[in-house]
Design a protein around this ligand. Structure first.
Ligand code: AOF
Ligand code: ZN
Length: 375
């Protein structure tokens, strides 16, 4: 068997990608990484993936899983991300691999992290190891779209999630919106909450829906909950502030009176109500919290992804300012006839200004359909 054929490379890289995915929800802000080691005669002899933030990298687990060290001779290592070259929380993987009697390292994509970014590949090549880059690159990039975005732009990847009726309404005339979609779609959203670093809502949604934004119906870790409250006036009794829930709720405000200390009387009351919050003071632009600054600060705090769950005003502002990366739009086979129309108002009046999503796909979820697309 020709162990280096394109077909084999893709086969083993797919295994490594499937392994990487097992780290979903547990490794952020670091990437999901998987690694498979294939011996000279074409057998898989080792595998591993990055399991938890701050712990051993995928390559280390894969090498540790090898039973017979002799099988490493002239072996091929498949890894979904360029092996690291820096001393971080763990020693550099490229250096570790370069000391093994392996022949080839096949990498799906270069690491966008500035402390690696090609240096891992260079180190392997300088030590006589063949390196092939780009096998299943698109899939690897998709898997780590949050990590790549955060490393490249320093701010989180932003997804806008919307549920609407088939006639385009996001709420009834009386403002009620629970529930437009079916339970399968709602379960999917809870799964996403467990996978995104943070969930964000605007002030009106917090007031009208009083959401908890917690993960239910599925198991998984809780995301950070973020609410924009420019004037810093939301009632302290809202679920976001008062539920006995350990995950922090972050309030983004322009109000200069707000502060993160006990000198802030509102925060003091909220803390008595079990609030484990954080207040981030930002600039005011056109009467609203400076969203660009908000995401920069969140990025600096290690938040790589944000799921925006409403409402219309916040969503429109984000789309207008070009900050939304992905749209997840659920469309239910239901009609509301009159109500709040269109999940965003982005001021497009002419056909020639029409906005078209990229890489769009349609998926059936229960009785709803889900449109996924990129801005
Ligand atoms: C991971 N897991 O399997 C690989 C990573 O903070 P450290 O020391 O864990 O290093 C994190 C960086 O290492 C990460 O941003 C990425 O550039 C590189 N590769 N990271 O957490 C892994 N292979
Ligand atoms: Zn590493």
């Amino acid at each position: 068997m020709n162990t280096n054929s394109k077909h084999n490379h893709e086969y083993w890289m797919q295994e490594a990608l499937s392994l990487a995915e097992k780290g979903k929800g547990a490794v952020s802000p670091n990437p999901m990484v998987g690694c498979v080691i294939v011996s000279e005669n074409g057998e898989k002899v080792g595998e591993g993936f990055h399991k938890k933030f701050g712990e051993a990298h995928a390559e280390v687990h894969a090498v540790q899983s090898i039973k017979d060290r002799d099988t490493l001779k002239n072996a091929t290592v498949y890894v979904t991300l360029e092996p690291c070259s820096h001393q971080g929380k763990t020693p550099p993987c490229a250096q570790m691999l370069a000391k093994l009697p392996i022949q080839t390292v096949v990498v799906a994509m270069q690491d966008p992290n500035p402390s690696v970014n090609g240096k891992g590949i260079l180190h392997l090549r300088n030590n006589g190891i063949e390196v092939e880059v780009g096998v299943l690159k698109k899939k690897a990039e998709k898997l780590n779209e949050f990590f790549i975005h955060h490393q490249t732009f320093g701010r989180p990847f932003i997804t806008l999630k919307v549920a609407q009726t088939s006639d385009g309404y996001i709420a009834a005339a009386d403002g009620e919106s629970q529930w437009i979609t079916g339970k399968e779609s709602r379960r999917m959203v809870h799964q996403w909450r467990a996978e995104y670093d943070a969930v964000l809502v605007g002030r009106t949604t917090a007031m009208v829906d009083n959401p908890s934004l917690t993960v239910r119906h599925v198991s998984g870790r809780q995301p950070r909950r973020i609410v924009i409250d420019g004037p810093y006036e939301l009632p302290k009794e809202l679920n976001l502030f008062s539920d006995k829930f350990e995950e922090k709720t972050t309030i983004l405000t322009w109000n200069k009176e707000a502060s993160a200390t006990d000198a802030d009387p509102m925060l003091k009351v909220m803390k008595q109500n079990y609030f484990r919050g954080e207040v981030i003071q930002l600039s005011k632009v056109d009467g609203h919290v400076d969203l660009r600054q908000a995401f920069k600060v969140l990025g600096e705090k290690g938040i790589t992804s944000v799921l925006v769950e409403g409402g219309q005003q916040l969503s429109s502002a984000l789309v207008r300012q070009g900050m939304v990366d992905k749209l997840e739009l659920f469309i239910a086979p239901k009609l509301l006839g009159a109500g709040t129309r269109s999940f965003i108002n982005i001021g497009i009046n002419k056909m020639k200004e029409i906005a078209e999503l990229k890489d769009s796909t349609w998926t059936k979820v229960g009785n709803d359909i889900l449109l996924t697309g990129y801005f």
